[in-house]
Design a protein around this ligand. Structure first.
Ligand code: FES
Ligand code: FES
Length: 160
């Protein structure tokens, strides 16, 4: 199936099996291995990407379902080779340990900041509730997102 979609701000066309899971399509067909698979069944959030502005589990979405949609993956966060404010604050707050959950955390946070530029701590915790970090320092992750939100507000809102 010919799949036309927008990937990290660029129009893309790819022939692929429409029944392939989006996480596999990204990693195998598009060569974007930043998106991770953990549980494979919608429980851990490691595979989170942003589809038309909403966080989705790419292990539960099929490649054919992205046709005509806007997809943002962790690779799309950086700006011309520079880390985005969101990525930078994760580093600054020590919110990355093994890093396996980090792409999913970043993308859930991105979806939150697209919808709500001024989240409260509770808003952040709720938006990340579906993302599991087995290394466990959730407070640093929440602080990183709140800090990034402030930076994006100064820049006029979340953008990539
Ligand atoms: S791999 Fe998709 S939610 Fe865990
Ligand atoms: S940093 Fe290791 S799973 Fe989150």
């Amino acid at each position: 199936m010919r799949i036309e979609f927008e990937l990290n701000g660029e129009k893309r066309v790819k022939n692929a099996d429409p029944c392939k899971r989006l996480v596999d399509f990204l990693r195998e067909d598009m060569g974007l291995t930043g998106t991770k698979e953990g549980c494979g069944e919608g429980e851990c959030g490691a595979c989170t990407v942003v589809l038309d502005g909403r966080a989705v589990h790419s292990c539960l979405v099929l490649a054919g379902q992205i046709k005509g949609k806007r997809l943002l993956t962790v690779e799309g966060l950086s700006r011309g080779g520079e880390l985005s404010p969101l990525q930078r604050t994760f580093i600054d707050h020590g919110a990355i340990q093994c890093g396996y959950c980090t792409p999913g955390m970043l993308m859930s946070a991105a979806a939150l900041l697209i919808e709500n530029p001024s989240p409260t701590e509770d808003d952040v915790r709720i938006s990340l509730a579906g993302n599991i970090c087995r290394c466990g320092d959730y407070s640093a992750i929440v602080d990183a997102v709140l800090d990034a939100a402030e930076t994006y507000r100064k820049e006029g809102g979340f953008h990539v």
